[in-house]
Design a protein around this ligand. Structure first.
Ligand SMILES: Cc1ncc(COP(=O)(O)O)c(C=O)c1O
Length: 453
């Protein structure tokens, strides 16, 4: 079988996510035959360096031997079992481990099966907590959520409502609950000479004012700690999280940390919240949780919140959110194997060296005449390609210059998937120096092609 035959079959029956399917009239969809380490291989034998970890999920490479072995063992033992009234060893061990490694005070783990579902769980749990806390009538004023401009939390209706990226949200706006949106700490907009910390602190005033005005009606603030990934990899300083934690305590509002994209070492620490030394009331995890193998998510929360649901059945305070595949045994086992790799190989320490190499290979982009900013947080580097470097005037989105980088890079064997005009690197942690250099070289040449006219 060749790429051509598979792509024809695919395009006659499939509908892909985040894709205008008509685009595939002009460029082919790529059928992948196998993966090994950071490399993917198609049916014609072309190889692609997976520089974006297959949508930010893969941590330790495709076909990782440790995760493969764990999964094979789990497969012969238990693939799945209903998770209400029943439990299993891998789910228990994983919850114990997550409680141990997440910030102090997060003691309860609720499973769901993808990132958006975890966000739905956190939103519902926060609202339901306030409802359970209220008087006998079960009425609560707290029904709203605060979110940041340019945020992304997934694409199911609740998650989409608390997101703010227009591309995903605008069309569906009539279906979505109202939220309170606050302009955020995105350091791309700081003044010349202003540090990330100064700008992020200064921008917090807007959040403080909003909390002051609306705390009575607000359940929670939801935030992507340190990097707004789908919002063009925009970054900010940990001080914002510190201030937000203090303000949420002051105004009696929950803090939901959506670490779905940034968790598991992406920002340089195991969890981004660690850099601000905070414990959120809810932490949403997914993506890297299973090393990029299987769909699983977890919401970690506090005993205080758990206790607000714990009562006699007749009080009807139990949390209701169920997915058929909750706590899937294979997914839990893949996650356990992933966490073992972190521990046994001291990945966070190793990544410090890797992040420095990443900074070195990305350094050349600072001086590119069409790059307004190169920013980095840990293992994530983003390159802001613009029309005018001095004014930061962007290229019109209709010109799809990021797509030109994508197509060029594919032709050279590197999978980059720019977000609009932002080219970014978010590779698996097993990438080596030569591969990092290749990735950067191809990105450079791709940008050269994309800005030619
Ligand atoms: C911060 C964040 N939250 C939530 C999600 C949604 O996760 P999923 O795609 O698994 O639904 C994403 C996905 O990119 C994300 O980046």
């Amino acid at each position: 079988m060749t790429n051509h035959s598979f792509s024809n079959r695919d395009l006659s029956v499939l509908w892909h996510p985040c894709t205008q399917m008509k685009d595939h009239e002009t460029f082919p969809i790529i059928p992948i035959k196998k993966g090994q380490g950071v490399w993917l291989e198609d049916f014609d034998g072309n190889r692609y360096l997976d520089a974006i970890s297959s949508w930010w999920v893969n941590l330790f490479g495709h076909a990782n031997p440790t995760i493969n072995a764990a999964l094979k063992d789990q497969l012969d033992t238990l693939e799945h079992v209903i998770f209400a009234g029943f439990t299993h060893e891998s789910a228990i061990k994983l919850a114990e481990k997550l409680v141990e490694i997440t910030p102090e005070g997060l003691n309860r783990c609720f499973y769901a099966d993808n990132g958006s579902a975890a966000v739905e769980v956190a939103l519902k749990m926060s609202f339901h907590y306030w409802r359970n806390q209220s008087n006998e009538s079960g009425q609560t004023q707290k029904t709203k959520f605060i979110t940041l401009e340019n945020s992304y939390h997934g694409e199911t209706l609740g998650a989409l409502a608390v997101g703010n990226v227009p591309l995903y949200k605008e069309t569906y706006a009539p279906l979505l609950m109202d939220v309170i949106t606050v302009s955020g700490p995105d350091c791309y907009y700081r003044e010349p000479g202003e540090s990330w910390a100064e700008y992020s602190s200064r921008r917090f005033a807007l959040m403080e004012n909003t909390l002051q005005d609306h705390a009575d009606t607000v359940c929670a603030v939801i935030i992507e700690p340190l990097v707004q990934c789908a919002g063009n990899m925009r970054m900010y300083d940990p001080v914002y999280l510190k201030l937000l934690r203090e303000a949420c305590d002051k105004y009696d509002v929950h803090l939901i940390a959506d670490e779905i994209a940034v968790g598991f070492g992406r920002t340089g620490t195991l969890f981004a919240c660690e850099q601000a030394a905070i414990t959120p009331d809810f932490m949403c995890l997914s993506k890297g949780l299973t090393g990029g193998y299987l769909a699983l998510s977890a919401v970690l929360t506090t005993n205080d919140i758990y206790q607000a649901f714990y009562d006699d059945y007749q009080k009807l305070t139990a949390f209701l959110h169920s997915h058929s595949y909750t706590g899937n045994a294979l997914a839990c086992r893949a996650a356990l194997a992933t966490l073992e790799i972190f521990q046994q190989q001291d990945i966070i320490a190793k990544n410090q060296t890797l992040a420095k190499t990443l900074a070195t290979v990305a350094a050349q982009f600072h001086d590119h005449p069409h790059v307004a900013e190169v920013r980095q947080t840990g293992m994530i580097v983003a390159i802001e390609m613009v029309k005018n470097k001095r004014t930061k005037e962007p290229y019109p989105w209709q010109e799809r210059r990021g797509l030109r980088v994508y197509q060029y890079a594919l032709s050279k064997g590197v999978l980059l998937r720019p977000l609009g005009n932002v080219i970014y690197f978010m590779p698996p942690y097993i990438i080596n120096e030569d591969e990092l250099r290749l990735m950067a070289e191809v990105a450079w040449d791709g940008i050269q092609q994309a800005v030619r006219d």
